[in-house]
Write a protein that binds this ligand. Sequence first.
Ligand SMILES: Cc1cc2nc3c(=O)[nH]c(=O)nc-3n(C[C@H](O)[C@H](O)[C@H](O)COP(=O)(O)OP(=O)(O)OC[C@H]3O[C@@H](n4cnc5c(N)ncnc54)[C@H](O)[C@@H]3O)c2cc1C
Length: 299
Amino acid sequence: MGMVKSFDRFRRVVVVGAGLAGTATAIRLLRFAREPLQVVLLERRPEYRNSGVAYQREGNHWHHVFNIQAGRMSAFREDVDDFVAWANHEADRSDWPHGWREFEFTESGPAPRRIYQDYLRDRLAEAVREAARGVTLVEADGEAVDIEVRDGRAHVVVEHLALPAGGPGEAREVLEADHVVLATGLETKFPAFAAEVLDHPAFVRNPYSKDGIERVLGVRKDGVVAIIGTLLSAYDSATLLLRQGHEGPIHTRCSNYPRRNCWVTPTKVVRNSSAGSVRNGTGRARRSPVTTPRCRPSW
Ligand SMILES: Cc1cc2nc3c(=O)[nH]c(=O)nc-3n(C[C@H](O)[C@H](O)[C@H](O)COP(=O)(O)OP(=O)(O)OC[C@H]3O[C@@H](n4cnc5c(N)ncnc54)[C@H](O)[C@@H]3O)c2cc1C
């Protein structure tokens, strides 16, 4: 194991996970601390910094919008308009696509999830600038794999710790801390039902990745698609297909999909071992209601 990275002069809080919860915690600590404090914001996937899987850019298409109104996405409960105000007046829209670039965000309307990473990053940078003297932030990459408490201090064991000042770290290092905040979110489940088809080119395991989005966008317009699962990732995938003019049937078991001709079938996943593909069972189909979100830009 590598060296213990300790400190003598200030207190240190290690926040494990730099998604929304970890970033928001760091912002609060930086804003409220009145005595010297070092906040270490540790993230194992650099591309998830200030976003997590929900809002990171590469894994979220511009068609992926918040599942609640934009007016409920402020990071500050004492300033509920903050996100909408940021999106309208502060966000750098130079690389936004036509449709969103001219869009005026409202409290009750939609907003693309991928811009939230910039929002959190801006607010974190602001908190660093405005922090009291001696209150600092260290953004470190690496995965916390263990925590031990010794002499009243936490020893956070980190694999491949990379601090801004140094290059790639040793295999395992230890960060000493007075407090540790676990903001590690949810773990991706292993889809046991799909174990035999995980590597099949027609099976999209992670729709919130660059590769996953490209593969959804690459589906033939008249292709038959089966969506397993019924919540946000299913909605986002169906939206992506339909917004690019998909005409083939999309089989799912939920009724809340944004499509005139969305057929839903009672789902019985059938593994077709000869072709190695996944298809739905053949239950009786019925039409689903249309639930297109209001106030979306159209393009
Ligand atoms: C696709 C999707 C869309 C969503 N959309 C919305 C929405 O529109 N509105 C809404 O309110 N909520 C939405 N949610 C819910 C969303 O998960 C929460 O709002 C919020 O983003 C969760 O934040 P979190 O920080 O708890 O977790 P996460 O965002 O998962 O962040 C956890 C972070 O911890 C890191 N991490 C984990 N373990 C370690 C470790 N051992 N060491 C170092 N780092 C580690 C992970 O890499 C990750 O970056 C959505 C969720 C998903 C999955």
